[in-house]
Design a protein. Structure first.
Length: 197
């Protein structure tokens, strides 16, 4: 798990933020941040779980470009290669998420913890790029898909910092949370594979 600060140049970072936070950007309503299905361990809940609505904009899914703004995913991945030497071999999903302010949230509450990959033997990673400064932390847990556990334990908690990106294994349970003090929390989630060799 790694926080990569200032992953994009100021020019690209500011342009991307301007696009995603403008009134005309196409956001699509979702009634949940991660659907909990009984018996399915993709998304779970515990005593700190409190779900929220979220708005999304798909950039890349099902092997196809879904938005003209997918170019910014390529810019982020190119920057990841230049800064960290991580070369994306397969892009699975890239999407924008906007969670609106919710003053009813507690500081330690989070959305349903979920995983982005079930394959514990692969090299699939999640990169969360923070579009704006906000509260609404990202929680990454020690527990991974396939582990036996009764309680989740926090491995890392990250407050969104504009222009930074958090990288972690997609099999780790993780969760977003709702901003209490800021108008919205906007991120780009990228799920991809790279060759660790």
């Amino acid at each position: 798990m790694k926080l990569i600060e200032n992953i994009l140049t100021d020019k690209v970072k500011d342009r991307l933020k301007g696009i995603l936070l403008r009134d005309e950007f196409d956001w699509f309503y979702n009634g949940s941040t991660a659907r909990i299905i009984p018996g399915n361990k993709n998304a779970i809940e515990d005593s700190n779980t409190k779900d929220s609505i979220q708005f999304t904009h798909n950039l890349f899914t099902d092997g196809r470009f879904q938005s003209e703004y997918v170019e910014y995913v390529m810019k982020i991945m190119k920057a990841l290669e230049e800064k960290e030497g991580i070369v994306c071999t397969t892009l699975h999903i890239a999407k924008c998420n906007l969670v609106p302010q919710d003053g009813s949230y507690g500081l330690d509450e989070y959305h349903p913890p979920h995983i982005d990959s079930k394959d514990v033997n692969d090299n699939t990673y999640t990169l969360v790029y923070y579009v704006n400064d906000s509260d609404g932390d990202t929680f990454v847990f020690n527990e991974k898909y396939g582990d036996e556990f009764t309680d989740l334990t926090i491995a890392h908690r990250q407050t969104p910092k504009e222009g930074s990106a958090l990288l972690f294994k997609s099999t780790n349970y993780h969760a977003s949370s709702s901003p209490i003090n800021t108008k919205s929390r906007v991120v780009i989630n990228i799920i991809f594979e790279f060759d660790e060799a």
